[in-house]
Design a protein around this ligand. Structure first.
Ligand SMILES: Nc1ncnc2c1ncn2[C@@H]1O[C@H](COP(=O)(O)OP(=O)(O)OP(=O)(O)O)[C@@H](O)[C@H]1O
Length: 426
């Protein structure tokens, strides 16, 4: 048997063992590299956008290494507050700061003989980077508040979804540490570059959720599959999984049309029709897709109108505003006799993932061009921010302050949630 056949066999077996779905050549290469470096103690840096599945790589490396009986600790560097990260990683002495009532072992002490996965390593403060460099160079560290040097034998696998060269350029990350961490670089491609895997992953998630929620599996019709493949998936596999779960739970019909799928995909480009308009002659969009974009644009503009109306209602009291906005109310809600305005939720309210409203985009036919939402007027940005803050607050409340659970519920990474908490001072 040829050696490459052997490799492919082990790649397939490892993917099965770690429940990694997909057959993209770049994904296979990443898994293959993980298998190759596992028996060594080489430091590995896993790179790729948020949600591409970076967490599987350090697990593979640990499980196939001589450290497999030692501890494996995954640390999300972006989710730990700057003030406590040194203590978490390296431990502290009793009385070294207010609240340090006992001596505590840090992860580097606990994981002696094992592997530490440093996720979002680019988020480490510079002072922590100095300590980490020392561990990498000679296995030495000092607890916070101590002067005693301790030794540890830990393999480090790090991951990042930020461009480390930018971080180095901006003085946020030490160049020497970067090179120590990235002896081998394992890159995971974004989902939109794994076209053949998108539907496969969706089907797997649909079947998992059907099993979990004890209902028949959802199935996309052809037009929905087309949308699935065209979408940009900025949140990658995490976002795809989230969408599959929401549709599985919320839709009563099991055959999913493109319209239904689209209602679960964040659309937030106020300029969408004009961009599409300019691309129309170059692209091979079918009539159906153009109609769908039109529907989406109409929904978006209805949403904007609704926001304005709601704002006025809140500011001026309802009867005056209803009178003054008869036309608009009719446009959004239909004729008065056809419905009861305030009895029914407007359809746009049902759009999921409103927290991601600004950044998502659809992929254009040209692989390199995506239709980004770059210009959003200030009023809209502010109201989106308010919505985002409200969603985050509610989710944190619901999950009793547990960030991981809240991040999962919101369909964002813990690190992103942590950033937003900091950004909005929540
Ligand atoms: N190939 C895959 N097959 C099945 N599920 C996958 C695959 N890749 C990722 N997932 C799932 O997608 C989700 C996100 O993966 P993961 O947390 O590893 O992403 P990440 O790249 O580490 O993201 P972040 O940078 O935000 O931490 C997880 O639920 C994971 O199980």
């Amino acid at each position: 048997m040829k050696p490459e056949t052997n490799y492919m066999e082990s790649v397939q077996a490892i993917k099965q063992r770690f429940e990694i779905i997909g057959n993209d050549p770049k994904l296979n290469r990443a898994v293959e590299k993980a298998i190759q470096v596992a028996p060594t103690d080489i430091s590995v840096l896993v790179t790729g956008e948020s949600g591409v599945g970076k967490e599987s790589i350090p697990k593979i490396i640990h499980a196939l290494s001589h450290r497999k009986h030692g501890k494996y600790i995954a640390v999300n560097c972006g989710a730990i507050p700057e003030g406590t990260i040194d203590s978490e990683l390296f431990g502290h002495e009793k009385g070294s700061f207010t609240g340090a009532t006992n001596t505590r072992e840090g992860y580097f002490e606990v994981a002696d003989g094992g592997t530490i996965f440093l996720d979002e390593v680019g988020e480490l403060p510079l002072t922590t980077q100095v300590r980490l460099l020392r561990v990498l160079e000679n296995g030495e560290f000092i607890k916070v508040g101590s002067s005693q040097v301790q030794k540890t034998n830990v393999r480090i696998v790090a991951a990042t979804n930020v461009n480390m060269f930018d971080a180095i350029e901006k003085g946020k990350f030490r160049e020497d540490l970067f090179y120590r961490l990235s002896t081998v670089d394992i890159m995971l491609p974004p989902l939109r570059e794994r076209k053949d895997d998108i539907h496969l992953l969706f089907r797997k998630f649909a079947s998992d959720f059907a099993h979990k929620y004890k209902m028949p599996s959802i199935k996309l019709d052809d037009s929905a599959v087309e949308i699935l493949l065209k979408y940009r998936w900025s949140g990658n596999i995490r976002q795809l999984r989230n969408v599959a779960e929401q549709i599985s739970v919320l839709e009563t019909k099991r055959e999913i049309s493109s319209q239904t799928l689209l209602s679960y995909l964040p659309i937030e480009n106020p300029n969408l029709p004009s961009v599409i308009g300019t691309k129309k002659s170059e692209s091979d969009f079918s009539n159906e897709r153009e109609i769908l974009y039109k529907v989406l644009f109409d929904m978006k503009s209805d949403l904007n109108d609704l926001k304005k109306l709601t704002m006025e209602l809140m500011q001026n009291g309802s009867s005056k505003v209803q009178e003054a906005n008869k036309g608009l109310i009719q446009k959004i809600y239909g004729k008065p006799e056809e419905n009861a305005i305030f009895e029914e939720e407007p359809r746009v309210e049902m759009l999921p993932n409103q927290n991601n409203l600004i950044q998502e985009a659809f992929e254009d036919d040209d692989d390199q061009n995506y239709l980004f939402a770059e210009t959003v007027d200030e009023e809209e940005t502010l109201s989106l921010e308010a919505k985002e803050i409200e969603l985050i607050k509610k989710s944190l409340e619901r999950n009793k302050g547990k960030r991981k659970a809240a991040a999962d519920e919101l369909g964002i990474s813990e690190r992103t949630l942590y950033r937003k908490i900091k950004q909005y001072d929540l």
